[in-house]
Write a protein that binds this ligand. Structure first.
Ligand code: HEM
Length: 430
């Protein structure tokens, strides 16, 4: 047991003792479930998970900012200890997920980030927009006359995966299989699977790892094409010590997850928030120039990454609380986004909010999400297309939302919406 996780002689308040990020309250609404903490005890030790939990905006940002004192090395560690059987299953697949950018310490991280960031430059991202728009239109075409759709299954999941594969330069593969793998990766990393589920999940993760290796081998055979992975393979020839084989394999797998599930969930969260705040949706339909700030407010109010992790590399202080070296931290960025110390009326949904873009959904500082502008562009295009073509969209009553129980990746598994096809602008006003 590391120094930081030793619970010996630590007094724990009732709120801290009751905190369970896999429990119903956190799963239903992470920021609301931690309101007590933001008010009374913004830094607390959770015996349930063996983590220190950080919930206020200023503290969460300070932890993100100092990536040396608060190392990201545990960001992709399995939050639920892995059983021996699951470990064996992963070993059978040769699973060897190692560092990627997101969990890399300095001094290795910055040179890699600099070397790999060209594909995220605004000019490079602009090239993807026509494809995103075309895909969004094509998927809406498929259901526009149906009157009812599950936007997650029938649009967001597949479009964001196709964009992610395109961005990575991976030939389009089997979308349903990759969906299964991505869900397994989320449960494996941030969930609490039962011992039986652990083996099943480990098997899917192992297949995902093999798949990533096979795709990498194909791209290596001809790395002349466009996309982040071929570009990284070409860079490896110039800087083999910075971009290693293990790094490329890990990045191949982590890249699919980073680029895809986060954005699919963000799109579903955004539409949900807007339809629940009908006047905001109607305003976007009437004036699409409001969409870009609305995207930020959606990411703030109901972001798709609810919490992230760091580990203290030395004794530290956060918000006046002493934290021992080795302490694992659950930094709840979704709670920070609802902190009244930074945002006025933080639970209100306001598409004109001045400081909506201050949200911490993409993290902060030297590890801040590299793909944030690609994600923003996808959300912008989805909202433009949906508000234009289905302005009278509404949630289907009685269809409750369900979430995959885990600490970090958050979005409804399905989002059923309906409309009257006869009232579609393209029929009414062709
Ligand atoms: C890192 C969130 C979309 C690629 C991160 C981090 C978060 C995050 C919280 C960690 C930041 C930190 O430690 O400070 C999100 C959300 C997304 C999204 C909410 C969608 C709404 C994407 C996309 C891509 C991407 C589309 C790629 C195309 C990355 C990479 C990193 C990262 C490469 C690691 C950066 C580093 O450590 O230097 N993201 N992400 N993300 N994300 Fe995203």
């Amino acid at each position: 047991m590391s120094a930081g996780s030793c619970p010996v002689a630590r007094s724990v308040s009732a709120g801290a003792a009751a905190f369970d990020p896999f429990g119903e309250r956190y799963q239903a609404d992470p920021p609301a479930s931690l309101r007590w903490s933001r008010d009374e005890e913004p830094v607390f030790y959770s015996p349930e998970i063996g983590y220190w939990v950080i919930t206020r905006y200023a503290d969460v940002r300070a932890v993100f900012r100092d990536n040396v004192l608060f190392s990201p090395s545990i960001a992709l560690e399995k939050i639920t200890p892995v059983s021996a059987a699951a470990t064996r299953k992963l070993a059978e697949h040769g699973y060897a997920m190692d560092r990627t950018l997101v969990n890399e310490d300095e001094p290795a991280h910055q040179p890699r980030r600099r070397a790999l960031m060209g594909s995220f430059a605004p000019e490079a991202l602009a090239e993807h927009e026509p494809m995103v728009r075309e895909l969004a239109r094509e998927y809406v075409d498929r259901f526009v006359d149906a009157g009812e759709a599950d936007l997650v299954d029938e649009m967001f999941w597949e479009v964001t995966l196709t964009v992610a594969l395109h961005f990575l330069g991976v030939p389009e593969e089997d979308v349903p299989t990759l969906r299964k793998y991505s869900i397994a990766h989320t449960v494996n990393t941030w969930g609490r699977p039962s011992p039986e589920q652990q083996v099943e999940v480990a098997d899917a993760v192992g297949h995902f790892w093999r798949y990533a290796g096979e795709v990498l081998a194909k791209l290596r055979a001809d790395p002349s094409g466009p996309g982040w992975m071929p570009c990284s393979i070409r860079l490896q020839q110039q800087m083999p010590e910075t971009i290693t084989d293990s790094y490329l394999h890990s990045m191949m797998m982590a890249g699919i997850v980073a680029a895809h599930e986060t954005t699919a969930n963000a799109a579903a969260n955004a539409v949900k928030s807007l339809l629940e705040n009908r006047s905001a949706w109607d305003e976007l339909c009437a004036d699409p120039s409001l969409i870009s700030n609305a995207v930020e407010e959606c990411l703030r109010h109901n972001g798709s990454v609810a919490a992230w992790r760091r580990v203290a590399t030395a004794d530290a202080e956060i918000g006046g609380v002493s934290i021992p070296r080795g302490a694992k931290l659950l930094i709840v960025n979704s709670s920070a986004n609802h902190d009244e110390r930074h945002f006025d009326d933080p639970d209100g949904f306001d598409i004109r909010r001045d400081n909506a873009a201050d949200h911490l959904t993409f993290g902060y500082g030297s590890h801040q999400c590299l793909g944030k502008n690609l994600a923003r562009m996808e959300l912008q295009v989805f909202l433009e297309e949906l508000t234009k073509r289905l302005p009278h969209l509404e949630r289907v009553p009685g269809r409750e939302l369900t979430y995959l129980p885990n600490t970090s990746f958050r979005g409804p598994e399905h989002l059923w919406v309906r409309w009257d096809p006869a009232a579609n602008p393209e029929r009414r006003d062709p």
